[in-house]
Design a protein around this ligand. Sequence first.
Ligand code: NAD
Length: 483
Amino acid sequence: MIQIKNYINGQYCDPTTHSWLDNYNPSTGEVYSQIAESTSDDIQSAYEAAKAAFPSWSQTPIEERSRILLKIADLIEANLDNLAEAESKDNGKPLSLAKAVDIPRASANFRFFGNAITQFASEAHESVGRNTMNFTLRQPIGVVGCISPWNLPLYLFTWKVAPAIAAGNCVVAKPSEVTPMTAYLLGDILSQAGLPKGVLNIVHGSGPSAGQAIVKHPDIKAISFTGGTKTGEHLARTAAPMFKKLSLELGGKNPNLIFADCDYDKMLAVTVKSSFANQGQICLCGSRIYVEESIAEQFKKDFVEKVSKMQVGNPMDSNTNLGALVSKPHMEKVLSYIDIAQKEGGKLLHGGNRVIVPGFEEGYYVEPTIIAVDTNDCTIQKEEVFGPVVTIATFKTEEEALALANDVRYGLSATLWSKDLDRTMRISKKLEAGIVWVNTWLNRDLRTPFGGVKASGVGREGGFEALRFFTEPKNVCITYNES
Ligand code: NAD
């Protein structure tokens, strides 16, 4: 059985404890590999490798850093098929999605930050009349920690490590223990690309052990984390008294506001995706649909009809729209939310059950599920399910739609469907969200700031925001004589 080892100082190695965790294939429910169960000793080894690499890597010319990042991007692209298969097997997502989105985006992350670093500049402020010039040095922080979740494994792992190393830092990174495979495979690619040893160290293991050891390490000065809000709270409690720089990308409960004056067909097609892409396990999925009353009945009918045609099944099958959920506990959590929603008055319009797929009976499949609700005051409207479950509620006015959308502790993204430009501007300004999509969804330009407000996080990733996070600005103030 394949062993998912740590990649420290440019080499694969066993965890110091020599203990391993089981890694499941969600489509079959079988254990198919073993994951290094790392502890603080492994994090210390990774830290020491990173620390030793830092003086040289931080002084490596930007063109050279960029060249290596672009090479990594090329190699990910060249390994598209292998990586996509590995991602699909490890996560349960349709292979077609891993091929079209996850792996191309992992490559794009390295390409984007490999290019962005060559354009990254800092400010100068001339204090006119005082013979003084200020400029800002943006220096890499040193050794930084990156911790990522299971829903978009290589996509989100690389979204953090690429800007971190582009900016000249050395990294101790931990992918989710639920989906470690593609980060493990990345080690070989890093070696092939000639990334100097110790620049990026990949350590596997559980959150409370390996993850916590990264956050607690006194000399890992910044932590970039994506994951659940509860974990984020815990992380912040550990890191804040140590005055670490923190970027937290957390959960969401995103509204999808549909007005009667929208482009109906486009809205319908995109809403199917924004509800159920990746089995609804994308932090940006629009899990709370609010539709204007005048079109609500029509919408419910058309939406249910489209969703009922979606195929749930073997992720490797090209006809599959929804693969398996990532794990058994997660599937059970999703099913329990469906149950709670009905007990609290929600009306099931479609789905609601586990699916037993012939030949894959032990896999973790759940039907795409649609629940009608008539209040925001219920668990399913307040808590993140992170599965193939959406609710539909109605509104009468723009004000009501906005109030319902903002009536939640989260604030990651929002989607808005209307042809009325004035309305879309008014609402976009008032939505409590880090990202607003108008007449589109998951339409990403990597230069834009990415992140949430309220319980969805602190800080922004993407573009120069990520490079700013991974550098420390230093003001240098120089006076000079005119003569
Ligand atoms: P999670 O919080 O359980 O785990 C995320 C990562 O944190 C994993 O690598 C895990 O091992 C690690 N971890 C867990 N406990 C830790 C601890 N005490 N110290 C340090 N690290 C620890 O999240 P998950 O279940 O893997 O992912 C799903 C969540 O991620 C959802 O809430 C989703 O909304 C969120 N998410 C957010 C974004 C975003 O950009 N805002 C993107 C994707 C996913």
